[in-house]
Design a protein around this ligand. Structure first.
Ligand code: UDX
Length: 430
């Protein structure tokens, strides 16, 4: 099929490359000329495992990037994969996606054959029906909405495994308002449906929009729940990871997202749970459980630093911060737990020495004035405490490097370092 995709960010580029890999002819539209040029020369504009190989294979050919919205006319289906960020009060900012919808409409002006616009971006219930569809049809100038159909097809991709997640989905969610859209979406994903056999869920537009928020809110709340249980366990010298192993054997709980520690960051969990909370409040509903999930998550870094305080006075001292990315496998520091940890060290008058195998350059934009080490070993030299903030594998094999510390205090926020003789070791929830 000829498919256009508006947006070449982490979702748009992954979608474009993977749909090309499924055999479709892709027009990927973005306003950033450098991103367009990068894709067309076969370089992925974002860091994701396996994505570069796909963009190298299809970029400039079966996956053609362009800034020209008119190219949409060559296709019959357009995915909207543009940012839907948070406003300062946490509510959803739909200005970018509504502008993009208007550009799609203008590109289709005067065309009388049917076109399906599929919303891939994360939007609150009612947005597609009440904001996106009108933005398209008012720009096309069509008298009826029959030529323009809409659908909602949320993604559940994780940073660091976006391609793998796309090619092996648990479920495909199709929010539709008519059977024609189902046939189009089944045709788009046909190779994936036959190969990966995911659950295919046909539902309403608003239900599909809501499923995405519920998915992230549930996962974030599950992590906050295991963190609350872990905090209580710690007060009773109980190892929360031993407990989590047993919980995970219950098929109703599953072993996933039970790793207690410093909690969640990234672009999606904080943004989506904040938008859902704001949306609930807008309808005069008090989302107390979601509020609690956020409050627990926000408190973990300070609990972590208080464990350090119990062992060492850090004012005027070097403290190694091992891990800056919000999770391993990425250089993304958005809402990383390292940020409140560094803030807490600075407020204690400590001298943070930060190390991360991928994210140091990005963290320098936020904290240009702290010291960055080229290795974990260099960060540990002369430090009175080592704070494990991101669960990078390389931190699990540190050993003699700890001997260079002025005081061997290791506070582990991610269950990475094994306690051993010679270390003053504390686990955040174990
Ligand atoms: C998440 C959702 O998983 C994905 O479906 C959605 O499309 C986008 O948001 P992502 O934010 O990339 O993906 O990362 P994820 O692997 O879900 O981790 C989110 C955060 O939770 C990370 O900070 C991670 O460290 C933390 N986490 C995760 C825990 O603290 N404990 C866990 O057991 C799992």
């Amino acid at each position: 099929m000829n498919i256009s995709i508006v947006g070449s960010g982490y979702v748009g580029t992954t979608l474009a490359a993977c749909l090309a890999d499924l055999g479709h002819q892709i027009i990927n539209i973005d306003i950033d000329e450098e991103v367009v040029a990068s894709i067309n020369r076969g370089d992925a504009p974002i860091h994701e495992p396996s994505l570069n190989a796909l963009v190298a294979e299809y970029g400039g050919d079966q996956l053609e990037a362009t800034t020209d919205y008119e190219r949409i006319r060559e296709t019959t289906i357009t995915f909207l994969a543009v940012p839907t960020p948070s406003l300062p009060d946490g509510s959803l900012d739909t200005s970018v996606i509504e502008d993009a919808a208007g550009s799609i409409g203008r590109a289709l002006h005067g065309q009388d054959n049917r076109h399906l616009v599929v919303v891939k971006s994360t939007v609150l219930p009612g947005t597609t029906q009440n904001r996106i569809l009108p933005a398209v049809t008012s720009a096309t100038g069509t008298t009826t909405e029959s030529e323009i159909d809409v659908a909602v097809n949320p993604e559940f991709l994780r940073e660091g495994s976006a391609v793998a997640d796309f090619l092996a989905p648990d479920k495909l969610v199709f929010g539709i308002q008519g059977e024609a859209a189902v046939k189009d979406l089944e045709a788009v994903y046909a190779p994936l449906i036959s190969r990966a056999d995911p659950a295919v869920i046909e539902t309403g537009l608003a239900e599909a929009e809501f499923i995405k928020y519920a998915n992230n809110a549930f996962l974030a709340s599950k992590v906050s729940l295991i963190n609350e249980l872990g905090n209580i366990a710690k007060e009773y010298d109980v190892d929360a990871y031993e407990v989590a192993d047993a919980l995970g054997k219950d098929h109703r709980i599953s072993p996933h997202f039970l790793r207690s520690g410093l909690g969640w960051g990234g672009n999606c969990f904080p943004k989506d749970i904040a938008a859902l909370i704001a949306a609930a409040r807008k309808q005069a509903y008090d989302p107390s459980l979601l509020d609690a999930a956020v409050a627990i998550n926000d408190r973990q870094p300070e609990r972590f630093l208080e464990l350090m305080d119990a062992h060492v006075e850090v004012a005027g001292e070097r403290v190694a911060v091992l891990g800056l990315a919000f999770k391993p496998g990425t250089d993304d520091i958005r809402n990383s737990r390292a940020i409140p940890v560094i803030d807490g060290l600075l407020s204690r008058g400590a001298e943070p020495v930060a190390y991360d195998p991928a994210a140091s350059e990005k963290m320098k934009e936020t904290y240009p004035d702290i010291e960055y080490a080229a290795s974990a070993e260099q960060a540990l030299e002369g430090a009175v405490a080592a704070l494990i903030v991101t669960d990078w594998d390389e931190f699990a094999v540190l050993n003699r490097e700890f001997e260079a510390m002025a005081k061997p205090v290791v506070i582990d926020g991610r269950r990475v370092v094994e306690p051993r003789d010679g270390l003053i070791y504390e686990g955040l929830t174990w």
